[in-house]
Design a protein around this ligand. Structure first.
Ligand code: SAM
Length: 328
């Protein structure tokens, strides 16, 4: 029988989200402090070899899907070779990448050749000034070119992830949804989560997924629910009349997001995080560098899975009241 990692709440954990760098070439106001982050030294970051060792052990326990993220993963040297090794690993069924898209136009062909199946591009505005205000950089043109190139390269799926920011990108929401009318992409609207808020004093207020749906429906008509597929993650999926692509809603703050959680995270610094929104981390780098056996690494991974909370703190009842003030 295949190995399965099952958390204390009965969820099968088969997905590892791996940050390969803390560096980023954008400075999004809700994600990075204005002064930037303290750079880690090269030796603090897991090497590709170390990441592959952890994946190999995780695979033997039941991890089947990998998402590469950051920081901005495409800024780390050697990422293409790393992806190519990962996609050739037997037992890993799906490898996807989350990127801000700035370097995608020049790298999409090589990423496809490295065996990558799926790309998520994070993009919060289609207007140049707003993009600049959110990211601190005037690079919207490069991101749009990156999305076009990814579509031309024929990835199985290109998704655009839009974080909902009150007073910032409401006007963009219909334009984003309109992209799905003609392009085979999924545009997903995501509630801004309250992590890193201390470091990001200029972070815009969140906007609820419900409000986003209303804005889109008012301009473009009904969003029809469509069946989810296993790669939709926590998104509820819809389609506009006659659309080629789909619209997704991800509501980690106002909705029920954790029930289907199937993932653990590995940070660039070599810690396992049982929950995206929890602070808990379990160090794996120290033992890995001490040369412990695969069995010990497997025990650390199991420990991270056993530490998964049923829901992140925002979903717990005592937090619901404070969340009711979320925009819309
Ligand atoms: N640099 C890559 C990118 O931009 O996609 C990968 C890392 S970035 C941290 C991953 C995703 O997390 C982006 O889509 C970003 O918008 C999202 N994100 C960051 N902070 C967030 C927050 N507070 N709430 C919701 N999403 C957030």
């Amino acid at each position: 029988m295949a190995n399965l990692l099952i958390d204390p709440h009965g969820r099968v954990i088969d997905y590892m989200r791996i940050s390969i760098t803390d560096l980023c070439n954008l400075r999004c106001i809700y994600c990075m402090p204005p002064e930037g982050i303290q750079l880690l030294s090269h030796s603090d970051i897991l090497s590709y070899e170390e990441i592959l060792t952890i994946i190999r052990v995780a695979r033997s326990l039941g991890i089947r899907k990998i998402r590469i993220t950051g920081g901005e993963p495409l800024v780390r040297r050697g990422v293409l070779e790393f992806i190519s090794r990962l996609t050739r690993m037997s037992g890993i069924e799906d490898v996807a990448l989350t990127t801000n898209g700035v370097l995608l136009a020049r790298m999409a062909g090589d990423l496809k050749a490295a065996g990558l199946n799926r790309i998520n591009v994070s993009l919060d505005s289609l207007r140049r000034e707003t993009f600049h205000a959110v990211t601190g950089m005037d690079r919207l043109g490069e991101v749009l070119a990156g999305i076009e190139t990814a579509l031309e390269q024929g990835f199985d799926l290109v998704k655009i992830n839009v974080v909902l920011l009150q007073g910032v990108n409401e006007a963009d929401l219909p334009a984003f949804a309109r992209l799905t009318l003609e392009k085979p992409i999924d545009v997903r609207f995501i509630e801004r989560m309250p992590f890193g808020m201390n470091q990001c004093p200029n972070s815009p207020d969140p906007l609820s997924a419900l409000k986003a749906r209303e804005i889109i429906r008012r301009e473009l008509g009904e969003l029809h629910p469509v069946d989810r597929n296993p790669l939709d993650g926590p998104a509820t999926m819809f389609r506009l009349e006659q659309a080629v692509g789909r619209v997704g809603i991800i509501d980690p703050v106002t909705g029920h997001f954790c029930g289907t959680c199937n993932r653990i995270r590995l940070t660039a610094r070599g810690a396992l995080r049982p929950c995206l929104l929890g602070n808990g981390e379990i160090d794996i780098k120290s033992d890995l560098r001490r040369g412990v056996s695969d069995q010990v690494l497997a025990d650390i991974i199991r420990r991270a899975v056993l530490a998964k909370p049923m829901a992140h703190s925002m979903c717990l009842p005592e937090m619901n009241e404070s969340m009711s003030r979320i925009g819309g």
